[in-house]
Write a new protein. Structure first.
Length: 194
């Protein structure tokens, strides 16, 4: 209790307890609500640590929504760090997570693009940046003939954890926007309004 009831550590333990013995958590929230509280608690973490905690939180969110996920791993004899991976609609996705003060730019996207190109033909990328990206990133992604990366920001993730949209629905709509409209980013507001 030194850190308090809003600390990520406390909420992570409550979440695990709630999954094992829900009657012992005393109505502290559903697993989704606890993940949402943990997400909000991460904002006060030190930036470097926050990024690693975000990877874990994203993985647990995928598990909650029953989407098969792989935790962070390295490949190519330790030459590449992959933040996570999942499968949906027959495609494998490599995930890059970012929670930095500044918005991401095309150089970070190019890193993910390289990882995707070194993977199998049915592999795409999910670039997940809490604070978003510079405004030229979607335009530059549209110029790439491979069209293999979708974008997700903090507002998208917030909406999933708040219960406004299911994670699989969000990802399917983003994949549809990329495949049908050549749009690497569609916001959750656009999805919910259509």
């Amino acid at each position: 209790m030194i850190r308090g009831r809003d600390s990520d550590v406390y909420l992570r333990f409550v979440d695990k307890l709630g999954r094992l013995a829900p009657e012992l958590t005393g109505g502290l929230g559903t697993p989704r609500e606890l993940l949402f509280r943990r997400y909000n608690a991460l904002a006060s973490e030190e930036p470097h640590r926050r990024g690693y905690l975000l990877q874990d939180l994203l993985g647990e969110t995928f598990k909650l929504f029953e989407i098969p996920v792989e935790k962070s791993f390295t490949r190519n004899q330790g030459g590449e760090q992959i933040d996570g991976a999942f499968r949906i609609q027959g495609f494998s996705f490599i995930v890059e997570c970012r929670w930095r003060e500044e918005v991401a730019d095309v150089r970070q996207i190019d890193g993910l693009s390289g990882q995707v190109s070194r993977s199998g033909k049915q592999t795409m990328g999910l670039f997940f940046s809490i604070n978003g990206w510079s405004r030229n990133v979607p335009m530059l992604l549209k110029q790439n003939p491979e069209k293999g990366i979708i974008l997700m920001d903090g507002n998208d993730f917030n909406s999933v954890l708040a219960g406004r949209i299911a994670l699989e629905d969000l990802l399917q709509e983003k994949l549809k926007a990329l495949n049908f409209k050549s749009e690497p980013f569609i916001s959750v507001e656009e999805i919910l309004s259509s």
